[in-house]
Design a protein around this ligand. Structure first.
Ligand code: DP6
Length: 331
């Protein structure tokens, strides 16, 4: 059977950074994370299991997937095959609908769409919360894109008794925000998140971040439920800076920022203080900046950011819905 699914990227307000090995030597996150699912930055993926294939094949935007992406796709499919008790290989086609060639990660949207499409194509049940363990094999943050709106991903407990959980804190209609993705560079990052997660425990600052996260998470959840942007904004800026402090103090250090990154952070602060605009920054594992604002102020904030040093492009992504099935297959 052939199945097609669509999923959006997401931006974390409380970041997932760092992994540990569980009793079965699987990598599990060190901390819970909370994100907003995005529209516009979305991926459509078609999967078909076929008896005659000798291996899995995958195209992204009509080109063969690069080896590292194919390796992650195979991890997801191996898990699906194990759950569905089948051995056949699959053909996969994936299309990113990002209005830019790169600069914003497509792994979250890509692996959420793949998990949903592959589970239906393999004849499995496709309840979103059951797909968490499948999607994370491609990209940890991908599982949060299974749901729309504001999504909390809690890792398994240290004793292995409670599995990893996904929960929608609020749906996209509860509060519409905008993520202005400020693109400074389209180059691939030198150190992938996968490698970076393994370095987190070498930072002397990691313990401090982990110790403060439960309070921060509670505050972020409350701010979302009360649609309180100043509180949410303060929290998400603080956590982004804290995560980057952990990255910068890892051994070897991870410096994802470019000089223009700092220039944009200062512009955001200035827009807030001098012009009273409701805008707050967050940064993932790269130099590009995400500026969270309200739909009525997004155009003005975007216009001002465009003038900042080094800004190439700005992508406007509203709060989006979760992953869903699509009728038209890509092949
Ligand atoms: C900094 O392992 O999900 O974005 O597979 O590259 O998407 P990719 O990364 P992943 O780690 C995400 C790290 C982060 C923070 C976050 O999204 O929570």
């Amino acid at each position: 059977m052939k199945a097609t699914a669509n999923a959006g990227s997401n931006i974390a307000f409380v970041k997932y950074w760092g992994v540990r090995k569980d009793r079965r030597h699987r990598l599990v996150p060190l901390n819970p994370s909370l994100s907003m699912t995005l529209d516009v930055a979305r991926t459509t993926t078609t999967v078909e299991f076929l008896a005659g294939l000798r291996q899995d094949s995958c195209t992204i935007n009509d080109r063969p997937a690069p080896p590292d992406a194919l390796e992650r796709v195979r991890r997801v499919l191996d898990r699906i095959r194990a759950l569905a008790h089948r051995k056949d290989f699959a053909r996969i086609a994936s299309a990113n609908h990002f209005p830019t060639s790169a600069g914003i990660a497509s792994s979250a949207s890509g692996f959420a769409a793949l998990a949903l499409a592959a589970s239906r194509a393999a004849g499995l049940g496709e309840k979103q919360h059951n797909l968490v363990s499948v999607a994370v094999l491609g990209s940890g943050s991908a599982c949060r894109s299974l749901y729309g709106g504001y999504v909390l991903w809690s890792p398994p407990d240290a004793g292995g008794r409670r599995p990893s959980r996904l929960r929608q804190v609020a749906c996209e209609d509860h509060w519409q925000l905008v993520d202005l993705v400020v693109i400074l560079t389209r180059e691939r990052k030198a150190v992938s998140s996968e490698q970076g997660h393994l370095l987190a425990t070498s930072s002397p600052l990691l313990k401090g971040r982990l110790a403060s996260l439960n309070r921060l998470l509670a505050k972020v959840k409350r701010a979302i439920l009360h649609r309180d942007l100043p509180t949410l904004g303060k929290c998400l800026e603080a956590d982004a800076l804290c995560m980057h402090a952990v990255m910068m103090t890892s051994r070897p250090p991870l410096l994802y920022w470019e000089p223009a990154t700092l220039a944009v952070l200062k512009t955001v602060q200035k827009l807030r203080v001098k012009r009273g605009l409701p805008c707050y920054f967050t940064i993932d594992a790269g130099p590009n900046i995400h500026v969270i604002t309200t739909p009525d102020r997004a155009t003005g904030v975007g216009r001002a950011l465009k003038k900042a040093e080094g800004v190439r492009e700005i992508l406007r992504c509203p709060t989006g819905r979760g992953a869903f099935f699509v009728e038209e297959p890509l092949f």
